[in-house]
Structure formats: C-alpha cells, structure tokens
Design a protein around this ligand. Structure first.
Ligand SMILES: Nc1ncnc2c1ncn2[C@@H]1O[C@H](COP(=O)(O)OP(=O)(O)OP(=O)(O)O)[C@@H](O)[C@H]1O
Ligand SMILES: [Mg+2]
Length: 223
C-alpha cells in the first residue's frame, strides 16, 4: 500500500483538486484506491457533490450518498470555520485518538498495490482540538506527506514557513506540489527554481492549471 497525507500551505490551495486527480489517475491504472477526508467543516448536506468528500467520492466513481460520506468523512460540521471551532458550534469535539485510529485502520486494510489519500484540513497548523493540530495528525500517522502550494505572489514565503514548521516537528514532505494558481503574475517555473534553491534536495513537482490526464500522469510518476 502506498498512502499519502495531503496537506497544504493554507486553505483553498488545491488539496482536493490534487487528491481527486491522483485518485482518478490511479483508477485509470486499475489500482484499488481509497480516500479519506476525515474532518470537514463548511459541509452542506444538500450539496454533497460539491464538498471535498463528495469530490473524492466522484473521483473514485463511488456514490455520493450518506453511506459513502460516513465512510470517508465521519466528522462533518456545518460552520465554515476551523474544525475545532466548527465542532464547538455543534457542542462537539473531534476525538483525536479515534481520528488517528480511523486513518490507521483504513491504511491497514489497503491491498499491496492500492493507493490511499488522506486529505487534511487547511494548512499544517490547523487546530483539530484544544491540544492537537494537523501537524500532530501527520506525525502520528507517519504517511508520506504531499505539501500542496500555490504559485501566487507570496507562495515562496508561505511554503518555506510550512517547511520550517514541519522541520521543527521532525517532518518533511515527500514532495511539494506546486499547484498553479490562477492569474498569478509570477512565472511558475521561476517560483520552483527559487524554492528549490531555498530547499535543496526537496522534491518539488508541478501541476498545471486545469491539468490534463497527461499532466496528472507525469505528476503521479514523479511521486
Ligand atoms: N490546478 C487547478 N486547475 C483548476 N482549478 C483548480 C486547480 N487547483 C485548484 N483548483 C480549484 O480551486 C478551488 C480550490 O481548490 P481545492 O478545493 O482543491 O482546495 P483545498 O486546498 O482542498 O481547500 P480546502 O482547504 O477547503 O480543503 C477549487 O474550486 C478547485 O477546483
Ligand atoms: Mg479540500
């Protein structure tokens, strides 16, 4: 089994886009795939398909119904806030140990040639509860981490900050995926060059805007 934890330099950078495209690619390779978006805030039960979990289910050609949702996204909250805040609005807390155990259990059930994606929430330091953040979650799972970053003006500092924060927690991404931002004045190739100079030895990959199957295949082949 190869599984990846997909995080990002922040919210709305492209975790779901990258994850859904990779899942779709692996399905085209006839591989068994699984995805988890265990914690989801801003969830509208009347628009399941538009939700992160819905998009991951669609990419796996799985039904976007309550059963599918419960399997891949057990902790869903209505408020479009960080998960701890969104849970509190409903008088709940996210049971961190159960969250980690659920992810481990799904990873443990994957066949040898399978591919698993676990999508985090927002960036690397998003709180899960009063004492855990996504950083703890990534460390406790120990899966290879894909750090999705944009190519917008400002991404270099955001990406290096995320890398430095991860290093403090003895983590490093398996790969940084520069997911091309819309209408950026900064040439994406230059962004990658500069990042590479500041993060020598780090695998930095590109996914174009409106990526084609071929673009995604190249990305998947470099992972
Ligand atoms: N390479 C791309 N080409 C075209 N559209 C993209 C690309 N990357 C992301 N998008 C679009 O940008 C929006 C934000 O991306 P996405 O939902 O994947 O971000 P996210 O990091 O998963 O956000 P969240 O933190 O809410 O989970 C979505 O509408 C997505 O379809
Ligand atoms: Mg997402």
């Amino acid at each position: 089994m190869t599984g990846y934890f997909v995080t990002a330099t922040g919210t709305d950078i492209g975790k779901t886009y990258v994850s859904a495209n990779l899942l779709h690619h692996w399905r085209r390779e006839q591989r068994p795939v699984a995805a988890l978006k265990p914690v989801m805030s801003g969830f509208d039960p009347n628009a399941i398909g538009a939700s992160d979990a819905g998009q991951l289910l669609l990419a796996m050609d799985a039904p976007t119904d309550a059963g599918g949702l419960n399997l891949i996204s057990p902790w869903r909250f209505a408020a479009p806030l960080s998960p701890d805040m969104a849970a509190a609005r409903e008088g709940k807390t996210i049971p961190y140990d159960k969250l980690v155990a659920t992810c481990r259990s799904v990873a443990g059930m994957m066949p040898e040639d399978g591919r698993l994606i676990i999508e985090g929430v927002g960036g690397v330091f998003v709180p899960i509860d009063d004492s855990h953040t996504v950083m703890d979650w990534m460390r406790d799972l120990g899966l290879p981490i894909l750090l999705v970053a944009g190519s917008y003006l400002g991404t270099i500092s955001h990406t290096l900050s995320a890398l430095a924060a991860m290093k403090l927690h003895r983590l490093a991404p398996h790969a940084i995926i520069i997911n091309e931002s819309p209408l950026s004045p900064v040439p994406v190739a230059e962004t990658i060059d500069v990042l590479q100079r500041h993060a020598p030895g780090q695998r930095i990959l590109l996914l174009n805007r409106n990526a084609s199957h071929a673009d995604v295949a190249v990305l998947a082949g470099q992972l």
